[in-house]
Design a protein around this ligand. Sequence first.
Ligand code: SF4
Length: 64
Amino acid sequence: MKKVNIEPGCVSCGSCAAICPHVFKVSKGASVIEGADLEKYAECIKEAADMCPVQVIVVTDSKE
Ligand code: SF4
C-alpha cells in the first residue's frame, strides 16, 4: 500500500494537481483526494512529488 503525505510548507502552486489531478487537489494548500487510487496513479504521484517546488509531497511504501 502506498501512502502519500503533504508535509507543512505547501505554497499552493497547483503543480501537483495539474500533473496528477486524480490524486491531488489544491485549495488553500494541497491535499490527497480521499479514495484516490494511489497504485494506479503511482507514476504521476512520483512525478508530482519530484516537481513540487518545496518538496513537501512524501510518498512511502508500507507493506501492510
Ligand atoms: S506541488 Fe507542492 S507546493 Fe505545489 S501545490 Fe502541490 S504540494 Fe503544494
